[in-house]
Ligand binder design. Structure first.
Ligand code: NIG
Ligand code: FE
Length: 414
């Protein structure tokens, strides 16, 4: 073997190659005194210590907790500028959607993104991806949606492709041209929808730049009817579908996502009971973003109700310059327990296997099982509760991607 992690105090992993829902979301394999062995970047063994296994590189985990690498399944990684100038408005209580309506918010980031060079976009995103890796994120989704014109949308997605090719973090690209109506189309939203459907989506498909298509279905942004049109066109071009649904206002976004066959519906803070039932009925994964609730000072999505209704829940950061300018997925995990009232086991599944399922990769990542990629976090902890109990720091000691240690070893800090 190439790599052996020995002396694992507790190995905690969900099992399987699809999203876990209902009671199964909280069922983990918990193996004390475990070992993980990998070869060619793939896990060959994960289970109780077996003295017959040896390897070229041996990492002594010193009794620590080991989990799968974390999957951040919803981020807006590539953009220009920040939005600290909106801080005063925020503190004065100006609502998020009012800032957008006045040409700020997403539209402010659109101006900065259009003005940024490819290298500026790349360097910023590279820095954030480096930060995410240190927090234990080995795979991350990244959306466009700050270009809102054909050229800049493609530029954003090419940055995602470049970052993915470079590694070590793995990226899944999502086209989100329907993130807002840009200022130049303010008086012609139909014209913009046609631009997305007839020009942008085909261009993204032709260059193979994104696997997924997402849309901001929200009052004053794109209506459920408009979302159906755009997502329908995306599906016909081979994209898998996602939707920002019922983030702020309950407008039937969850029902829309279910009726369109979305792989995941995101946010869902305001999703109503029928919306949750529709997600369960159509096996749509709920990608929940508690750090955004925190940052926008909004209610928290009804994660408990979703799990109890049979919806598979994933948890992610939503990293972006407006509603969540922080990339610490461990903070989202804390909120998953403390605000959603999920158990540590349910949240671990939400940021590993269910996150992987939300980006269509549950057959390759998201659990520590033979045949899956050796994406692993060794934690500065000896049990699972501890990493949900501490907050505000970084408890990932070593991060391993495809069998290679990619973070500086922080175990000395214990
Ligand atoms: O997921 N809601 C839409 N999009 C992002 C925020 C984007 C921004 O404010 O720049 C979100 O919250
Ligand atoms: Fe988002």
């Amino acid at each position: 073997m190439e790599l052996l992690l020995k002396n694992i105090g507790l190995l905690a992993t969900p099992r399987g190659s699809s999203a876990r829902k209902g009671r199964a979301q909280g069922e983990l394999d918990l193996i004390p005194g475990a070992m993980v062995a990998a070869d060619g970047g793939i896990i060959r063994y994960a289970g109780p210590a077996d003295p017959s296994i040896s390897a070229g590189q041996v990492i002594d985990c010193g009794g620590r907790l080991v989990t799968p690498g974390l999957v951040d399944c919803h981020t807006h990684l590539v953009f220009g500028g920040w939005r600290q100038h909106e801080m005063a408005q925020k503190l004065n209580g100006v609502p998020y959607l009012d800032i957008l309506k006045a040409g700020g918010g997403i539209l402010s980031t659109v101006r900065a993104t259009r003005a940024a060079s490819d290298n500026e976009l790349y360097s910023r995103a590279k820095k954030i991806i480096g930060e995410m890796l240190l927090f234990g994120v080995t795979t991350c989704e990244a959306k466009s949606g700050y270009g809102l014109d054909p050229e800049t949308e493609l530029r954003q997605l090419r940055v995602v492709r470049r970052l993915n090719e470079e590694g070590p973090a793995e990226l899944a690209a999502t086209f989100m041209g329907a993130h807002a109506v840009p200022e130049e189309y303010k008086a012609d939203r139909e014209g913009y929808i046609r631009l997305v459907c007839d020009k942008m989506l085909p261009a993204v498909a032709k260059e193979g730049l994104a696997e997924f298509c997402d849309i901001f279905c929200e009052a004053g942004v794109f209506s459920p009817e408009e979302a159906v049109r755009i997502l329908g066109r995306a599906a016909s071009l081979g994209f898998k579908l996602k939707a920002h649904a019922d983030e702020i206002n309950p407008i039937g976004g969850a029902q829309m996502a279910a009726s369109c066959g979305c792989l995941s519906a995101e946010h869902l803070i305001a999703a109503d009971d029928e919306g949750i039932a529709a997600l369960a009925d159509k096996n749509v994964i709920a990608a929940l973003l508690p750090a955004t609730s925190f940052y926008l000072d909004k209610p928290y999505a009804r994660a408990r109700k979703m799990i109890d209704s049979g919806v598979a829940v994933a948890i992610s950061t939503d990293f972006n310059p407006g509603s969540c300018p922080g990339a610490n997925i461990q903070f989202a995990m804390n909120l998953g327990c403390l605000r959603y009232k999920l158990t540590p086991a349910e949240v671990l599944t939400a940021v590993t296997l269910n996150g992987a399922a939300a980006i269509n990769r549950a057959d390759k990542i998201g659990s520590l099982e033979p045949g899956k990629q050796a994406d692993i976090v060794v934690w500065d902890a000896t049990d699972l509760d501890y990493i949900f109990y501490r907050f505000g720091g970084n408890l990932a000691a070593s991060v391993i991607k495809k069998g290679r240690v990619v973070s500086p070893d922080r175990t000395a800090f214990i």
